[in-house]
Design a protein around this ligand. Sequence first.
Ligand SMILES: [Zn+2]
Length: 168
Amino acid sequence: MKKKVYVLDSSAFIGGFCSEKKPNFTIPEVISEVKDVKSNLFLQSAVKKGILFIKEPDNPSMLKLDGIIKKSGDLIRLSIVDKKVLALALTLKKDKFEPNVVTDDYSMQNVLKILEIPYRSVLTEGIKDIYNWIKICKGCKKKYKSDYKYDECEICGSPIIKKRIKIN
Ligand SMILES: [Zn+2]
């Protein structure tokens, strides 16, 4: 059986997507595109945890992709970073992985359809698979279920705030 992996573009990181169950791959340029501090920390911790791998697409995959997008007319709307992310998916497919690209970019999704590589968007469906909301006390950090109906912590009386957490 082929091993399922995720290929992430910058919209995936900004949307907070990074699977804990399957390996995630991206290209070096995406790392430098993610400028906002929170997303960048998220990304660095994923590399440290060994769930995110940074890899360059190979040349034959870049050439193959160029040929395909020339035909499809999506050339202009794709940046070099977009193209490299797509080529990385092709490289991984050749390496006997089953890549699943995570992107909110419609041009990229169109090319992925032609390449017959599965994809998912972050904002529409990705987040609810790996994140959930909880309530947490600002003071003592006690966690409450998201349907907890009081605004103050039962232990220390501090306000309770909503927080997004990973559930797997
Ligand atoms: Zn408390």
